[in-house]
Ligand binder design. Structure first.
Ligand SMILES: [Ca+2]
Length: 129
């Protein structure tokens, strides 16, 4: 074996080990960590939190395919910074009451530890969508 072919073999072994490490790390991050950090009330629930990473107050809702909330309770407007959706439904969140202004949509069973900055501290109403 020449020194060049030996080097190639070692490089490909290293690349294989690195890919395996990344894949297993990605699997852990994608499942265990968010699920442990983000819980609401069960399989048909949606929870808002005041701060990033589900901190501060939490406002929970039982939800269905026709959920339509024209206004969060007084004191909860324009403060939501993270979300947990433990339902099989997609939801749209709005900047103003009665589904007005900017819209931010999330899918079934999605949790957002940090919602996008353009919608942070702005949600005032939401509906299944
Ligand atoms: Ca906030």
């Amino acid at each position: 074996m020449t020194s060049i072919s030996r080097l190639k073999r070692r490089t490909s072994l290293f690349a294989g080990a690195l890919a395996l490490t990344l894949a297993s790390t990605g699997g852990v991050l994608a499942t265990a960590t968010p699920a442990a950090a983000a819980t609401c009330m069960g399989q048909t629930s949606l929870c808002f939190s005041q701060h990033n990473n589900y901190g501060g107050w939490t406002l929970p809702y039982w939800v269905g395919s026709g959920t339509y909330i024209t206004s969060l309770p007084n004191g909860y407007h324009d403060q939501v910074s993270s979300l947990v959706n433990e339902s099989p439904y997609s939801f749209c969140f709005y900047e103003h009451p009665n589904m007005g202004g900017l819209q931010f949509r999330i899918g079934p069973n999605e949790s957002w530890a940090t919602i996008p900055s353009w919608m942070n501290d702005k949600i005032s109403s939401f509906r299944a969508c």
